[in-house]
Design a protein around this ligand. Structure first.
Ligand SMILES: *Cc1c(COP(=O)(O)O)cnc(C)c1O
Length: 431
């Protein structure tokens, strides 16, 4: 391990761990693991996309995938809300700015290092559960690289499953739909991995996902030359914001970008905002009866339903609560109406359409300015986590991914595991 590029460390217990696609602490701590990279001063290489930051990605080799977010200084929108130093990180599709994420969200930064890490460390097939944007990103990367993936998506979100690559490239994608919501999809994926040869992608616990998203902050730091005073993002799980925190810590250690930890400001879409509710109440735990009342109805009412995570990594060590506490962070709850207003203003000033979730972050920034929480001259990094669907649609055809299986929950809540196993074996054989 002495010569390894990185190792993992348990946030709670400090155990040093050799990475074997390890997503949980071997000592049993309920804590995130973090990557510790040998190289403390990060290089920005001059090849393709996000792998230019391979120093701080938990992989040995790159994938030939040209995705990267971009940072620019806002003119129109910043001026409109009275900010002199508003920097925008954009993940999505925006050709004029040379951002080419064909699934239009920052989930596309999570998929490539995750596939590569799985290939290098365990050689098993990844199983991903999501409300759509994550699975779509994994499907796109799978269709480009031929690396297989099993994606489990709630039926109501299946319309989000498309790629810009033609259907003959979909052979490496095994798409399963099921009834219920995001949490049901997760439960199903946990059952499915009991079949041999498969591995849970890992969600927030997967360091490749978090460090992949950290590329947003790396790109911003190289553009801004200094860390921002505030970082704004809309959260569902909070994985992206935890990633931002971890990356800021590394950038401070790097030494070239200042010493001050940015204050991390996150936002959720009301009425379903469990972390917002718990944080407002000063609690480190989410209490379902208080923070998630009428969850099903509340989720249906959300404008940005990709933010509807029911089991966010809030209390886990190294998770959202720790992040907010340690960065003097803040949380906003944003109404649908506030989203609409923010979306309209942003789109007319910046000239790009937003993913609904990104409009939650934009609205939170408007609120923070109105309240005087941020100053006119503060350096602010606003993470626009998704957008550019309209432009993408103009330039590309979108190909729906065909379902291989449809799972209905029966009264016992049992899955037809035998049947799934049979189908999966056929799938693997045909690869
Ligand atoms: C998933 C997603 C988010 C929330 O990210 P988390 O890491 O789950 O908090 C925000 N915006 C968009 C566009 C997303 O797809």
């Amino acid at each position: 391990m002495k010569n390894a590029k990185y190792h993992l460390e348990c946030f709670e217990g400090g155990e040093v761990i050799t990475d074997r696609y390890t997503n949980t602490c071997p000592e049993g701590h309920d804590s995130l693991l973090r990557t510790v990279y040998k190289r403390k001063r990060i290089r920005r290489l001059s090849g393709w996309g996000m792998f230019n930051y391979i120093d701080w990605l938990p992989v040995e080799e790159t994938l030939p995938i040209n995705v990267s977010p971009i940072t620019y200084k806002s003119d129109g929108f910043g001026r409109e809300i009275g900010l002199k130093n508003l920097y925008i990180s954009f993940s999505g599709y925006w050709q004029e700015k040379s951002v080419f994420m064909k699934t239009c969200t920052f989930k596309e930064l999570e998929a490539p290092p995750t596939f590569q890490r799985a290939k290098e460390k365990c050689e098993k097939i990844l199983v991903v559960a999501s409300a759509g944007n994550t699975s779509r990103a994994f499907a796109e990367v799978s269709s480009l690289t031929g690396m297989p993936v099993v994606a489990v998506v709630p039926r109501s979100c299946i319309y989000r499953m498309w790629t810009t690559t033609e259907p003959e490239n979909h052979d490496s994608i095994f798409l399963i739909s099921r009834d219920g919501d995001y949490s049901d999809a997760i439960a199903t994926s946990k059952e499915i991995v009991k079949i041999g040869g498969l591995i849970e992608e890992g969600g927030v616990r997967n360091v490749a996902r978090r460090d992949g998203m950290g590329v947003v902050e790396l790109e911003a730091a190289f553009f801004m030359k200094v860390l921002p005073d505030y970082y704004f993002q809309a959260v569902g799980s909070g994985t992206g914001a935890i990633a931002a925190w971890e990356t800021f810590i590394r950038l401070i250690e790097d030494g070239r970008f200042g010493e001050k930890m940015p204050r991390i400001v996150i936002s959720q879409n009301l009425p379903f905002a469990p972390m917002f509710s718990a944080w407002q109440d000063g609690r480190a735990e989410i209490i379902a009866d208080k923070d998630m009342r009428n969850a099903e109805d509340a989720i249906k009412k959300m404008y940005a339903d990709v933010l509807s995570t029911r089991n966010p990594p809030y209390s886990i060590k190294g998770g959202v609560y720790d992040m907010l506490a340690s960065t003097e962070g803040k949380m906003y709850g944003i109404t649908n109406e506030e989203c609409m207003g923010a979306k309209k203003l942003f789109e007319s000033e910046e000239g790009i359409d937003l993913d609904p979730a990104a409009s939650v972050a934009v609205a939170s920034l408007i609120k923070a300015v109105d309240e005087g929480f941020v100053g006119k001259k503060d350096k602010i990094l606003l993470n626009i986590t998704g957008g550019g669907y309209k432009r993408l649609k103009k330039e590309f055809k979108m190909y729906e991914i065909e379902e291989r299986m449809e799972i209905k929950s029966n009264s016992l809540g049992q899955l037809p595991l035998d049947e799934i196993e049979r189908e999966l074996k056929e799938f693997v054989k045909a690869l």
